[in-house]
Design a protein around this ligand. Structure first.
Ligand SMILES: Cc1cc2nc3c(=O)[nH]c(=O)nc-3n(C[C@H](O)[C@H](O)[C@H](O)COP(=O)(O)OP(=O)(O)OC[C@H]3O[C@@H](n4cnc5c(N)ncnc54)[C@H](O)[C@@H]3O)c2cc1C
Length: 278
């Protein structure tokens, strides 16, 4: 149908981004192609150390999924998106396809080994998440392609992650957010991935902050170095949620707390992680 209707058609998943845009007349497609009746498109399965999410898997289904629960940072993300009404309709595939700079999924999945399966009329291809998200509201999808599945590798033993966002209230996007995924070997950090949300046109991998932790014991000193590097990597804009300076300070505080929580989870502690509300 996308091939038939060309630019006049838009895919409809949960409608939680598209319908508000249509109400505001920022989007006015002549045709809506409803994905909601494709069987199996909501499935969440684990196979060979990988969790497979059908593109139509709802945030609420991911929050409740034992397979997704094997990667606790995914639960942090799913459980913190907006309110229960949005979580019951909104989908992981729609969120990535929308590529909203404030969307939670891309930030979290940037810290994991995640791939997006894209299905078109003539081809099927797998794109790594960093290659899929091109810019704000821009992805690698061609017009006749849809996201069919997202796959996420389960991190190795000794790993732990945490995702924290600072929000004014539940049904709004975060002011800033931080995702941290660590692999520990004894007291030393063997591997680190840190991504920052809402402080740039896309989620930002804070590579210097990761380097500050990798191969080091996690101490107040190494955390402080990582926090400084994360603040330097942020590229926030001043807006109704706060000034650029405020967001830079905020993202550092979120990174610090997320590192501490990730270390505890990597050590096997069961830690509940919830967003921070103003
Ligand atoms: C009040 C409110 C608060 C929100 N707060 C948050 C928040 O805090 N954090 C957050 O991350 N999100 C938030 N959202 C957005 C929500 O997470 C959406 O679910 C998400 O943006 C994706 O929307 P959807 O699945 O409903 O897709 P839709 O709105 O149906 O589609 C979104 C876009 O993606 C395209 N699309 C959808 N599915 C596919 C597919 N499989 N392949 C290719 N293209 C596709 C559509 O054509 C459309 O352009 C909020 C939404 C609302 C209404």
């Amino acid at each position: 149908m996308l091939a038939q209707f060309g630019d006049d058609a838009k895919l409809l998943a949960g409608g939680q981004s598209l319908i508000p845009l249509m109400k505001l007349r920022f989007a006015n497609p002549a045709h809506l192609v409803d994905l909601n009746f494709i069987s199996g498109a909501c499935d969440i399965k684990e196979a060979s150390g990988t969790v497979h999410f059908g593109a139509l898997a709802r945030h609420a289904a991911i929050e409740a999924s034992p397979a997704a629960g094997k990667i606790p940072i995914l639960h942090d993300c799913a459980a913190g998106i907006a309110d229960v009404q949005v979580r019951n309709r909104g989908t992981i595939g729609g969120s990535l396809a929308e590529a909203d700079p404030s969307g939670d999924w891309a930030t979290v999945l940037f810290t994991l080994s995640a791939e997006v399966r894209c299905l078109g009329t003539a081809r099927e291809r797998t794109v790594s998440l960093p290659d899929f998200i091109k810019d704000a509201y821009t992805t690698a999808l061609a017009h006749d392609e849809l996201v069919s599945e997202i796959t996420v590798k389960i991190p190795p033993k000794g790993s732990g992650g945490a995702y924290l966002a600072f929000k004014r209230s539940a049904p709004v996007y975060p002011t800033a957010s931080a995702a941290v995924q660590l692999t520990m070997e004894g007291d030393a950090c063997k591997d680190a991935a840190i991504a920052l949300g809402c402080v740039g046109l896309t989620a930002i991998r804070a590579t210097d902050a990761e380097a500050a932790l990798r191969g080091q014991p996690i101490t107040d000193k190494t955390i402080a170095r990582a926090v400084d590097a994360a603040r330097a990597a942020a590229d926030p804009q001043s807006d109704m949620r706060g000034s650029a300076d405020y967001k830079r300070v905020l993202v550092g505080a979120l990174v610090k707390r997320a590192i501490e929580l990730a270390v505890r989870r990597a050590r096997g502690e069961q830690v509940e992680v919830g967003h921070i509300y103003a």
